[in-house]
Design a protein around this ligand. Structure first.
Ligand code: C5P
Length: 228
């Protein structure tokens, strides 16, 4: 199965379904985030699952433990492959999220967001974190591992540090990937699919270089070739 996750950043189900029409579930997984989920809802997610796609439901839950546990259970019932929560919700929240899905027959992979890549050291200080973004990522990844979650979403720059600190089995899911020659857009520090594979990243998330391409299938095939 492919290690490529395509970010379905479309405003509605019609646009997203038109895009996935020619795709085969063996070629890529699909990420549904806030924009599409708020517009298209759980029935749309079920549709993707029924078509055979592995779906990463990227809703970054962050609330009190009981509420997050319920959200994770509801997400799991959609049949998705991966879900996520914010590690900064704390140990009790992370453990409640894991406990909520662990006894299901086919639980989704549960990963955590450490520090949003939009947060730099200065922004972190503004919310009371007085060490560097890198140290905070490292600390929250450790907490995530201690709470028994499968891995984290991380930037390409953090991947090598996290593989070293957390070991091979701790999953890394990484956006900000750009094939050679494609537009960087608003991403700042990017990595190519080949570099990502070399850094030990388990799954890469790619949006616009595929969704805006004139021939998305060709880009998907090229990325899969790079990853292998
Ligand atoms: O179009 P592009 O390849 O930049 O899309 C990347 C996807 O990964 C988007 O859905 C974006 O929201 C998500 N993402 C990100 N950076 C993060 C976390 C998520 O780009 N730190």
């Amino acid at each position: 199965m492919s290690r490529l996750i395509v970010a379905l950043d479309f405003p509605n189900a019609v646009a997203a379904l038109r895009f996935i029409e020619p795709l085969n579930p063996s070629q890529c997984k699909l990420k549904v985030g806030f924009e599409l989920f708020v517009a298209a809802g759980p029935d749309f997610v079920r549709q993707l699952v029924q078509k055979g796609f592995d779906v990463f439901l990227d809703l970054k839950f962050h609330d009190i433990p009981n509420t997050v546990a319920g959200a994770c259970r509801s997400a799991a019932e959609l049949g998705v492959w991966m879900i996520n929560v914010h590690a900064s919700g704390g140990a009790a929240m992370l453990q409640a999220a894991r406990a909520a899905i662990q006894d299901l027959p086919h639980p989704p992979l549960l990963i955590a967001v450490t520090v949003l890549t939009s947060m730099d050291d200065q922004q972190l200080q503004g919310v009371g974190v007085n060490h560097s973004a890198e140290q905070q990522v490292s600390r929250l990844a450790q907490l995530t591992a201690e709470c028994g979650l499968a891995g984290v979403v991380c930037s390409a720059q953090e991947a090598i540090m996290l593989k070293r600190e957390r070991g091979h089995n701790f999953l890394l899911v990484t956006p900000g990937i750009r094939p050679v020659g494609s537009a960087i857009g608003d991403q700042s520090r990017v990595m190519t699919p080949q570099q990502a594979a070399k850094a030990g990243i388990d799954y890469i998330v790619v949006g616009r270089p595929i969704t805006q391409a004139t021939n998305p299938l060709a880009v998907i095939e090229a990325i899969n070739a790079d990853l292998n």
